[in-house]
Design a protein around this ligand. Structure first.
Ligand SMILES: Nc1ncnc2c1ncn2[C@@H]1O[C@H](COP(=O)(O)OP(=O)(O)OP(=O)(O)O)[C@@H](O)[C@H]1O
Ligand SMILES: [Mg+2]
Length: 316
């Protein structure tokens, strides 16, 4: 491998645009994924995630802007860029009639491995993805979850530096989802850069170092899951010994709302945990007897929904 790309980010997208007729699938999308990162791409249906991925792997030609993978332009240096990417696409696109181990051998061969090495890579990838025992089965005969595992194996067979997973856990059971998380996490620890799209926000929260939120072909935000959740409001649920009918007035800049709900005082606040002592102090001063306290942190999911809510629109 050349050294020209040492230190280059895994992905550098600048002002990418792509339209399909009236639909602006990418509308000036820019962001950077550092080498070694575990990066999440979140956005509602139709946000442009798959279009972006397809632009990286050369399946879509952008109308404008540039994208580089480890310093290689995805159009001008297509071969170099493509060789570094392993893609598990959202839609299955597989040779359905051959034993899956052969499909993988062909793919490894295409990426330059000699026949023996290709066989070893194929078998290793199937083992990593946990479907080695199905190696002589054709794709059509795998269960839905096994098909997802196979897509991961296929993405891994070329030993990519950048692994792109477009909704790898869509529709798979809880056990398989956790298995896949473990496998992907381990790959990332071994140095593989991961770009993951998912509609399971919890998945992104658990796995990703940073997430980009995209909507309508544009970047809304890039931050760590923690930074994003800290922007949401938390809810304090406070039990009172002698609950009043209307909520006591709470005098604190970070309190958004205080209401009585089922005999509890429910306080919606920014930075809920840090507001709590002041709220308890005030309740005590006002003569209330606090019996229970529960703090519910904002989830990334709530913050995500707030950031991508489009008035009255059904995206598709
Ligand atoms: N080949 C195509 N022809 C016409 N329109 C397309 C094509 N591919 C994508 N689009 C449109 O571009 C927009 C972005 O689609 P894309 O598949 O990138 O979204 P996504 O973020 O991956 O959504 P999802 O979460 O549903 O997978 C959508 O409005 C979609 O209908
Ligand atoms: Mg998609």
């Amino acid at each position: 491998m050349g050294t020209a790309t040492d230190g280059a980010p895994a992905i550098e997208a600048t002002d990418l645009t792509k339209s399909y007729g009236d639909v602006q699938a990418l509308d000036g999308l820019s962001f950077t994924v550092e080498a070694g990162e575990f990066f999440g791409l979140l956005g509602p249906n139709g946000a442009g995630k798959t279009t972006f991925i397809n632009a990286l792997v050369g399946l879509v030609r952008a109308d404008g802007g540039t994208a580089e993978v480890f310093g290689y332009d995805v159009e001008d240096d297509y071969r170099e860029a493509r060789d570094r990417i392993g893609l598990a696409p959202q839609e299955f696109n597989v040779d359905r009639f051959f034993p899956i181990v052969e499909v993988l051998e062909h793919k490894a061969g295409y990426h330059g491995f000699d026949p023996d090495a290709a066989r070893r890579r194929a078998e290793d990838a199937l083992k990593t993805a946990g479907i080695y025992e199905k190696r002589d089965t054709r794709f059509d005969w795998l269960s839905g979850g096994m098909k997802r595992r196979f897509m991961l194996a296929r993405a891994l067979v070329s030993d990519p530096d950048l692994l792109i997973l477009d909704e790898p856990t869509a529709g798979v059971d809880v056990q398989l989802r956790r298995d896949l998380w473990t496998v992907i996490d381990r790959l990332n620890e071994g140095g593989t850069t991961i770009l993951l799209t998912t509609h399971y926000i919890e998945e992104a929260e658990r796995l990703c170092d940073r997430v980009a939120i995209v909507d309508q072909g544009r970047k809304v935000e890039v931050a760590t899951p923690d930074e994003l959740t800290s922007r949401g409001t938390d809810t304090l649920e406070i039990g009172l010994a002698d609950p009043p009918v209307t909520a006591p007035a709470l005098d604190h800049a970070d309190v958004v709302e205080a209401t009585m709900v089922d005999g509890h005082l429910e306080v919606v606040a920014r930075g809920g945990g840090s507001v709590l002592p002041a709220v308890l102090k005030q309740l005590d001063a006002d003569g209330y007897d606090v019996t229970t306290v529960d703090v519910r942190r904002a989830s990334l999911e709530e913050v995500f929904v707030d950031m991508t809510r489009t008035e009255g629109a059904v995206q598709q």
